[in-house]
Design a protein around this ligand. Structure first.
Ligand SMILES: [Zn+2]
Length: 98
């Protein structure tokens, strides 16, 4: 279980939206894509690895309040790389969005 960043009610890890306040918890309505949200007044970019190493090309940068690619500077371990199917799925989605 996770806690909703807005209303702080418990929500299922895989829920795409908060069952209480309907806040989007995942990007594109897909449970496999976590959507990170800034809590409080801080921007995500302030603590994001990709902002720090200047590889981020997100239009909201450096004022992103939510981001699918955010990675916390304070969390050093690399997440396991996604499987090929997931990468292809994401590429297709990105192409479709463009
Ligand atoms: Zn909520």
């Amino acid at each position: 279980m996770i806690n909703c960043p807005r209303c702080h009610q418990p929500a299922d890890d895989r829920a795409i939206a908060c069952p209480h306040c309907k806040l989007s918890l995942k990007a594109f309505g897909h449970p496999g894509i976590p959507l990170h949200r800034a809590t409080g007044d801080e921007y995500l970019c302030t603590t994001c690895v990709y902002h720090a190493d200047d590889t981020c090309n997100y239009p909201q940068r450096p004022y992103a309040k939510d981001c699918t690619l955010y990675r916390d500077l304070n969390e050093p371990p690399e997440p396991p790389p996604p499987s090929n199917t997931e990468v292809n799925w994401l590429e297709q989605l990105i192409n479709w969005f463009n």
